[in-house]
Design a protein around this ligand. Structure first.
Ligand SMILES: [Zn+2]
Length: 135
């Protein structure tokens, strides 16, 4: 579909607003179906990989960063496993765990963070809060 649509867009130049609207509609369709597909695949991988074990802080941090980059690009957050608030997954050196732990940093709520776990926690995707606060 996108290929023929693109051909149509290039070949049929028109200055009418309805032509613009008609041409842009498939772009919106493509975006929303891609978004749904990406979100579904990402959620499934996170479910499958919950419990992944890490032996160093760096490994833990790299995983948190990679998950964070994907969350950011689809405007989603993960649900804190303790309180359910939208959060960002971080690897922190905390307590007596030599190689760090995962932590949920909230973007809102009373507490700024809740401790997750040593292994990769079960991450559920939630929409980014719309209050404008970002972390
Ligand atoms: Zn929490």
């Amino acid at each position: 579909m996108p290929k023929t649509w693109f051909y149509h867009v290039v070949m049929n130049r028109s200055e009418a607003p309805d032509a613009l609207q008609r041409d842009l509609a498939p772009v919106e369709q493509l975006l929303s179906s891609t978004f749904l597909q990406v979100t579904e695949i990402f959620a499934q991988i996170l479910r499958n990989r919950a419990g992944t074990k890490f032996s160093t802080f760096e490994e833990r941090q790299a995983a948190a960063h990679q998950i964070g980059r994907i969350l950011e690009s689809i405007s989603m957050r993960c649900r804190c496993t303790t309180c359910g608030e939208p959060a960002i997954l971080k690897a922190v050196r905390a307590g007596n765990s030599k190689h760090g732990v995962f932590q949920f940093d909230h973007t809102r709520g009373r507490r700024s963070s809740h401790s997750g776990s040593v292994d990769l926690p079960l991450i559920e995707l939630v929409p980014e809060p719309k209050d404008g606060r970002k972390k």
